[in-house]
Design a protein around this ligand. Structure first.
Ligand code: MN
Length: 132
């Protein structure tokens, strides 16, 4: 078992890929042949990812708070602690906290053969994000 002191710790989400305050904790990134990557992602109210895709899809499991997920061409969905969401391979989407609530989710992906886990696109500006 790996305790917190043996993991990389909490890393701020890069401004190129996130809006607002986001912290990422890598929980598991086992060596090859595994391509599993598990993160706990902490979003302050209003914080969210940019639009992006995952080559092999993504499982999101909400552990705390209230959040939002949007898949392109579909309405925004509210997600709450205990909810699990499957994002299809290549599906354009974003996820984050609700406007007035913190949200934490586990994010589980399988990297592509070249190690890619995410392909980033543009930010979700305030016109594309629901207001409180
Ligand atoms: Mn995602």
């Amino acid at each position: 078992m790996k305790g917190p002191e043996e993991r990389p710790g909490s890393v701020p989400g890069a401004a190129d890929h996130f809006t607002g305050t986001v912290w990422l904790d890598e929980l598991a990134a086992p060596p090859a042949p595994s391509r599993l990557r598990v993160f706990s992602v902490h979003f302050a109210p209003g914080a969210r990812t940019a639009w992006h895709r995952h080559p092999n899809g993504q499982v999101l499991h909400v552990t705390e708070g209230v959040g939002l997920v949007r898949r392109e061409g579909r309405p925004v969905e509210e997600i709450r602690a205990g909810d699990t969401v499957w994002i299809e391979p290549g599906e354009r989407h974003w996820h984050g906290a609700a406007p007035r609530h913190f949200m934490t989710h586990l994010a589980v992906v399988e990297a592509a053969a070249d190690g890619t886990t995410v392909e980033w696109a543009e930010h979700v500006d305030d016109t594309g994000y629901p207001t409180a």
